[in-house]
Design a binder for this molecule. Structure first.
Ligand SMILES: [Zn+2]
Length: 256
């Protein structure tokens, strides 16, 4: 059994066949997933999906692309959403210095405020970091973030080691299957396995076998197979340990 710790199943890309997509996930052994918000409307939809489907939990937050929408009113809305049943995290929040859709200072401000919100609500924080590794790590330290998940980890081994030292969780996505991504495979080989998580980030970032197509939770299995191979553990053992990690971080109820 596996948990997809970062999906966007609430997106309109899944409107035509959401139920079938979820059935394929179940058939592939993806027992639970966290569907993650990236602005207020997507966060609302994530909460609705969690209320509707037993296997879905939700994260609520504002992505750096939408950092300019983060104000007191937005924060109050997030705070309310975060208190709904089955909301298990704040996020995704962070810094994106690749696309720079919002000014960097604005991104930093929205990120700081969501780190504080996660602390206030005692929820884990799902962090998006694209080409902003040093700044992301600095803000997390300055704001004394706890229970941090670096989603779709894209840093180098030095950054991963610093994250492990701080007790952060690293989530591995489809790019670990991409031929050029030896850096990420090296990190997985050396991973602190009590901080290892798996995700699809669907509909984005399909594993190599599905490149160019819409990604979905069932494809997590391809990422899992590669990670198990790199660690030299059976797939069932990887499922056991990553599920335990996800349950600990998100405080999910025990199986059964
Ligand atoms: Zn995402």
């Amino acid at each position: 059994m596996f948990i997809d710790t970062h999906a966007h199943i609430q997106m309109r890309e899944f409107d035509p066949d959401r139920a079938e997509t979820l059935a394929r996930a179940t058939a592939a052994g993806i027992g639970l997933m966290v569907t993650v918000g990236y602005h207020l409307e997507a966060s609302r939809k994530a909460v609705e999906a969690a209320q509707r489907y037993p296997q879905i939990y939700a994260g609520v937050g504002i992505h750096p692309h939408d950092a300019e929408t983060y104000d007191d009113t937005a924060e109050e809305t997030l705070r309310g959403l975060a208190k709904q049943p089955k909301v298990v995290a704040i996020g995704e929040a962070g810094l994106d210095f690749f696309r720079n859709r919002a000014p960097r200072a604005t991104q930093a401000d929205a990120f700081r405020r969501q780190i504080r919100l996660a602390r206030e609500l005692d929820l884990p924080l799902i962090v998006h970091d694209r080409d902003a590794h040093q700044e992301t790590m600095q803000l997390l330290e300055e704001e004394a973030a706890h229970a941090v998940l670096l989603h779709c980890f894209s840093g180098d081994l030095t950054l991963a080691e610093e994250a492990w030292r701080r007790g952060y969780y690293l989530s591995i996505a489809g790019p670990v299957t991409y031929p050029k991504n030896e850096t990420l495979r090296e990190i997985v080989r050396k991973a602190r396995t009590d901080r290892l998580l798996l995700e699809t980030d669907c509909p984005y970032l399909p594993p190599q076998a599905f490149r160019g197509q819409r990604n979905e939770p069932a494809h997590l299995l391809h990422t899992a197979q590669e990670v198990a191979r790199l660690l030299g553990v059976p797939l069932t053992e990887l499922g056991r340990l990553t599920t335990e990690n996800a349950r600990r971080l998100f405080r999910l109820p025990p199986a059964g």
